[in-house]
Design a protein around this ligand. Structure first.
Ligand code: GLN
Length: 492
């Protein structure tokens, strides 16, 4: 079953003509039909388009392949917040109605140029606001390890699809943890690149100064391959940075001897589930066995991260989401005048979490409150970034949990937004600081058996180091080989 392979194993077989791109695509589509009813990772997919891409890849492969196309024939699925030409773009919301994207995001152009088979729309919290995918207007995604539990969010569909072998890799977006937290809860690899590493052109904006597109993979090598393709400067995104893109997969040598890793003392406080803590401790021991030097560090402004994030993110969201007015795209509910039309459309089109954030964001930006909230939050954001830069003066990477607990039951926090916000404590600072983060599987809870993820945070544009550490750890541990029972379901 080619859908169960890692991306790098599939590529090797495609190149040796042991399997065709059509076989790979077909295997994903059949597996989705078999299992997606149980997890709802996909909002839609277009088999005819997917298979046509596969056939084009097979023609190239028959002619000996193409060295400039490292992802030739590899099925990669996409979060519903990234524009793919001629495919629906809903952002997990009703407000876009039947909107179909007229263009490809830069990351999609790059995937296509690398030969990938771009398919499917993956479920997400509405406009990427949430930590459980329960805020999707189209119903929640379920965790492949236990369908009564959440897969994390907001990129829950992306993480679940990769963990359940419905695709080889996926793209997601991370504004405050939306790649790393679901990767952790579903047991796959999730990579949030440095702000500016990957173009945001064609990513529907939530909070523009925090958003970044990144990759989900079954292994660190797979995530490295996808990052190598999607990274780089883009004149259409003025915040993308003209830094050269290293050959990420080529640098994975398994050697981390002598690297210095810091564990923030602020991350080991109450609220951390004992099994998550035990898995983290074991990971630290493993890193030491591999020759890394692990030391305690301090990120003194950690306590302010959640409050700071929920001011900045909601402020930016309130401005970004003003464009969904019933005039420009998607849903329109008519009114006697434009104001009534706006009100009716936005009232019906947005869900409760999005409305809550627009209201909060409008408030913190309003005159009289701007200085007290928004400006103050920007200052604290600088302090949080300085904490990290200071830490990176003495350590090569920071090690910690990705989420305080394993996946929680669907419904547990749905009515308590504050509890949901607090679950982002370990991922949010990374976006405020603009640095990069990688999550790799590091164990399981006992009963029920649920994945636990290890988070590595790195210097701006230090993805290469994170991937090296993650890969070395992965090679030394068995966790990434485990699969949910659901992914083994095969045709009778
Ligand atoms: N869970 C966080 C939020 O609700 C982060 C979401 C994200 O990264 N898109 O905003």
């Amino acid at each position: 079953m080619p859908n169960r392979l890692t991306l790098s194993a599939l590529t090797a077989r495609l190149n040796r003509r042991q399997v065709s791109a059509r076989d790979a695509m077909q295997a994903c589509l059949e597996h989705i039909q078999r299992v997606d009813g149980q997890i709802h990772a996909f909002l839609s997919y277009d088999p005819a388009d997917a298979l046509a891409q596969a056939d084009a890849a097979d023609q190239l492969l028959a002619r000996g392949g193409d060295a400039t196309k490292p992802l030739l024939g590899v099925p990669i699925a996409i979060k519903d917040v990234i524009a793919v030409k001629n495919q629906p773009l809903n952002c997990g919301s009703k407000i876009l109605g039947h909107f179909v994207s007229p263009y490809d995001a830069t990351v999609i152009e790059k995937l296509r140029a690398a030969g990938a088979l771009v398919f499917g729309r993956l479920n997400m919290d509405e406009f990427a606001m949430g930590s459980s995918t329960e805020n999707s207007a189209f119903g929640p995604t379920r965790n492949p390890w236990d369908p009564t539990r959440i897969p994390g969010g907001s990129s829950g569909g992306s993480a679940a699809a990769v963990a359940a072998d419905e695709c080889l890799a996926a793209l997601g977006s991370d504004t405050g943890g939306s790649i790393r937290q679901p990767a952790s809860l579903c047991g796959c690899v999730g990579l949030k690149p440095t702000y500016g590493r990957v173009s945001r052109y064609g990513l529907v904006a939530f909070a523009s100064s925090l958003d970044q597109i990144g990759a989900f993979g079954k292994t660190v090598r797979d995530a490295a391959s996808v990052l190598g393709v999607i990274a780089g400067h883009d004149p259409r995104d003025s915040t993308s940075v003209p830094e050269p893109v290293p050959d990420y997969p080529a640098r994975l040598d398994g050697n981390i001897r002598g690297l210095k890793l810091g564990v923030p003392k602020e991350y080991l406080v109450g609220g951390l589930n004992p099994e998550v803590k035990a898995a983290l401790d074991a990971a630290i021991t493993e890193m030491e066995k591999l020759g890394a030097n692990v030391v305690e560090i301090s990120l003194p402004h950690t306590d302010y991260a959640i409050a700071t994030y929920y001011i900045i993110a909601t402020a930016e969201a309130s401005a970004n989401l003003a464009r969904f007015d019933g005039v420009r795209y998607g849903l329109r509910i008519d009114g006697a005048d434009p104001i009534e039309l706006y009100g009716r459309t936005r009232g019906a089109g947005f869900g409760p979490e999005v409305k809550r954030r627009i209201i909060l964001g409008t408030y913190v930006l309003s005159s009289g409150y701007y200085d007290a909230y928004y400006l103050r939050a920007q200052k604290v954001r600088t302090l949080i970034r300085q904490d990290f830069l200071q830490a990176f003066a003495s350590v090569d990477a920071i090690l910690g949990p990705a989420s305080p607990t394993a996946a929680f039951p669907i419904g547990e926090k749905a009515d308590d937004p504050l509890q949901m916000y607090l679950s982002d404590i370990f991922t949010i600072s990374c976006n405020l600081a603009g640095i990069c983060g990688l999550v790799v599987p590091c164990g399981f809870t006992q009963s029920p058996k649920l994945p636990i993820g290890l988070q590595l945070l790195g210097r701006p544009f230090g993805e290469e180091t994170l991937l090296r550490i993650g890969h070395a750890y992965e090679q030394a541990t068995p966790w990434h080989n485990e699969k949910p029972a659901l992914s083994r379901q095969s045709a009778a």
